[in-house]
Design a protein around this ligand. Sequence first.
Ligand SMILES: Cc1cc2nc3c(=O)[nH]c(=O)nc-3n(C[C@H](O)[C@H](O)[C@H](O)COP(=O)(O)OP(=O)(O)OC[C@H]3O[C@@H](n4cnc5c(N)ncnc54)[C@H](O)[C@@H]3O)c2cc1C
Length: 323
Amino acid sequence: MYDIIIIGGGPIGIACGLEAKKNNLSHLIIEKGCITNSIFNYPLNMHFFSTSDKLEIDNIPFICKEPKPQRNEALEYYRRIVTSNKLNIKLYEEVTNIENNNDFTVTTSKDKYTAKNVIIATGFYDIPNLIKVPGENLPKVSHYYTEPHLYVNQKVAVIGASNSSVDAALECYRKGADVTMIVRQDAIGERVKYWVKPDIENRIKEGSIKALFNANITEIKEDTIQVHTPEGTIEIENDFVLALTGYMPNFKFLKMAKVSLNTEDALKPSYNPETMETNIDNLYLAGVICGGMETHKWFIENSIIHAELITKNILFKQKTEAK
Ligand SMILES: Cc1cc2nc3c(=O)[nH]c(=O)nc-3n(C[C@H](O)[C@H](O)[C@H](O)COP(=O)(O)OP(=O)(O)OC[C@H]3O[C@@H](n4cnc5c(N)ncnc54)[C@H](O)[C@@H]3O)c2cc1C
């Protein structure tokens, strides 16, 4: 019987594990992939938008070459937190069920565990927002971008105009891909990093990267794509499609755990922001999962605090029960 089971070994799940350990609460982190599986699957050359100090857990210094760390530096940092602090983590074990009868029974792909408290910190990076057009399942379509080498001398359509799409478009263009961005709105996204936005806008203005604004992809074929534009539907040659239209939390998982979702407000899960406890007693949420469909609301910087809020609440309840 653990004091806390934490589902998800991302930065916030790890922060919860460390906070539990510091407070002498027994803990188990269960992660379905490797340590910080989401970050592992980020684009290989990505730079965080945050400076490293903002990504620190428990003020443990995050030293890196430049102010904003790269993916591999973040992997090193979070890995060292797990190993140096001997956090109790099971890897490559997926949680499939949470049962709640006074205590919790957590079933995974390999075993069953029991705990007094459960924290769901499963993030949002596993389920892409599909574009739902014919051909989306062709092998040339990807909802994740890794690196530009794959696309040299290829005609690449990048769908979306947020940070991920813009980074992919610029990187692929600079390694010799013929890039066309297909953007639903009439401009590059407002939230694109302020130091990157002028770069993409100027590449589009000079014609190095083509962009179709107010446009929607309507079909993907072997060698072409069909795009609906204000001037009518056009068909353009195409080798690869990067559909970088965002990701969503696993709502089925939250429903299985009986966490209420607000259907009026971006399917945000129900929780008390002061304690992070959900509508189910002793079941907590931590990290970016808290935003529902508004996945930009929470990030590492502003959700690392969840670990402390949850632990405080668990300790407070323990003290109150002991009296
Ligand atoms: C490209 C990109 C760049 C970003 N840059 C920044 C930045 O600069 N600064 C910032 O603050 N934030 C940034 N973010 C946001 C933030 O980094 C991530 O969303 C962050 O990983 C969130 O941490 P988390 O622990 O809440 O979730 P995640 O890191 O997504 O961790 C969730 C973990 O849960 C695991 N999991 C899921 N389901 C199960 C299950 N059923 N059983 C077991 N394990 C499960 C997953 O494998 C995953 O490892 C960025 C996001 C992206 C996509």
